[in-house]
Ligand binder design. Structure first.
Ligand code: PA5
Length: 475
């Protein structure tokens, strides 16, 4: 996609409106023009340094590299759609949240209830927890004969996913034997590292690769997300097109015209200068409900870091909060208007919903109810979004709106890339590594030790010698 094309207006382009982040809209708690101007050199440097690392950020090129894979992904998806009544993803974190978000956004909102005769695709389950009751419940509702599993783990070593994998593989081997395992189990993992590579070879399992330089939370546009999406009948090629457009827009060296760079700069300014330790994401669309879960992991795991600087330990990050419009107007908005100035609120609005529902005339003699009649739910949800944005703004709280013309493959591809780039640019601005997650290791290693994994004996001794909890503080 050439630069002219990406800079030109497109009616399916998502827009970022950040008026209400500024002091001109929200007053003393907003970002001033001087602050924005003083941020400019940092933003330009962040863009340069992110571009210089482009080779290591392969997730940014997936819209190009995965096009070569698309026929294989679509072929596997066709096989699954034809053969299976159920498609079950086993994965966690970045290997699950993208598939969940995209299915919710782009498949029918009652996909699993509608049935294959209507949707043409199997019921889809993404199992991203190891609660034994959940695993048992899944097995209660699927028939193994009609189920294809997709185990997704880049490392091939994540305990939760491997435990699920062991449970399912045992069941499949007992039912179908070694020869037919491949009919029911697809692997998505690293090309050479991890425990799944050898297992996949041994049983000749269909295998998809998570490319190098693509970390879990940045992997939705590779087979991690593309295969489940294609199984749901989602146009994955259009998703890649959307990502391509957004990458192009976010390569713009003009800070004011680069949406991800501007979003990153605003959030970093809000954190550093205005005490905004919390970032709320509030889409006004059920289809985007789980986008907030995907975004929460992306933002939290990427930016929640510590760094020793001049002998002092610095801690970075902004706590993501998930909210849903209009539901959370009756739960959290009171806090967003009258509560402390410790947060930014990002609304996501949708201009055209894919369905229109009229509110009929029923009680025209009761004016307090009748005013709703002859409007649509579309008008009501839009009015409530605009009204909430107004209420939050007049209360002096920073907010912004990302506007999607419609929820479709092209706009979702844009949104994925927008947030990924915003996160990468924010990492550059803060001077931290947005792509690792060292803080997760301690808990992982302690789990390994408690369960007797070889090599973790020292960690077990450390756990056993931890000071006992005082009964005085347990009520
Ligand atoms: O973003 C990440 O890298 C992590 O959240 C991983 O996705 C998560 O830990 C699961 O890892 P894996 O895919 O190796 O099982």
């Amino acid at each position: 996609m050439n630069r002219n094309k990406c800079v030109g207006s497109s009616e399916d382009r998502i827009r970022v409106d950040y008026n209400n982040m500024l002091s001109s809209a929200v007053g003393e708690h907003g970002i001033t023009p001087e602050e924005l101007e003083s941020m400019r050199p940092r933003l330009e440097a962040a863009l340069r340094s992110a571009n210089a690392k482009r080779d290591a950020m392969r997730w940014r090129d997936l819209y190009k590299t995965e096009r070569e894979n698309i026929f294989r992904i679509l072929g596997a998806a066709e096989f699954i759609r034809y053969r299976a009544e159920n498609f079950v993803v086993l994965g966690i974190g970045g290997s699950a949240l993208g598939p969940i978000a995209v299915q919710q956004a782009l498949a029918h909102l009652r996909h699993n209830d509608l049935g294959k005769a209507v949707t043409g695709s199997p019921r889809i389950f993404v199992e991203d927890n190891i609660d034994p009751e959940r695993m048992a419940a899944l097995l209660d509702v699927i028939d193994l004969d009609k189920t294809v599993f997709n185990v997704i783990t880049k490392s091939g070593s994540t305990s939760e996913t491997m435990a699920q994998f062991l449970i399912i593989t045992r069941l499949l081997l007992d039912r179908f034997g070694e020869k037919d395992l491949r009919e029911h189990l697809i692997v998505t993992t690293d090309k050479e590292k991890g425990n799944l590579v050898g297992i996949a070879k041994k049983y000749e399992l269909h295998t998809f690769v998570v490319p190098d330089g693509v970390g879990g939370r940045f992997s939705e546009l590779c087979p991690v997300g593309l295969l489940p999406a294609a199984v749901a009948g989602i146009d994955i090629s259009a998703m890649l097109d959307g990502a391509e457009l957004m990458d192009c827009l976010c390569s713009n060296e003009q800070v004011e015209s680069n949406p991800a760079l501007m979003l990153a700069g605003l959030e970093v300014l809000a954190m550093e200068n205005h005490g905004a330790n919390i970032g709320v994401l509030m889409p006004y669309a059920d289809s985007l409900k789980y986008f907030s879960d995907w975004y929460a992991q992306l933002w939290a795991e990427s930016l929640g870091k510590k760094k020793l600087e001049n002998g002092k330990m610095l801690h970075f990050g902004q706590t993501p909060v998930k909210a849903l419009g209009v539901t959370d107007q009756h739960s959290q908005v009171q806090l967003y208007t009258d509560g402390p100035f410790d947060k930014t609120i990002t609304f996501i609005g949708v201009e055209r919903f894919r369905k229109t529902v009229e509110i009929p005339h029923v009680f025209d003699d009761i004016p307090a109810v009748a005013f709703l009649s002859s409007h649509t739910l579309n008008e009501l949800i839009t009015a409530e979004r605009i009204a909430t944005e107004h209420a939050v703004t007049v209360s002096g709280h920073m907010n912004k709106t990302i506007l999607l013309p419609e929820v479709n493959e092209f706009t979702i591809g844009q949104l994925l890339m927008l947030f990924e780039l915003q996160t990468a640019f924010a990492g550059e601005l803060l001077g931290i590594d947005a792509f690792d997650q060292p803080g997760v290791e301690e808990g992982k290693n302690a789990t390994y030790a408690l369960l007797g994994k070889p090599g973790y004996e020292e960690k077990l001794r450390e756990l056993e010698s931890r000071s006992a909890k005082s009964d005085g503080f347990i009520i």
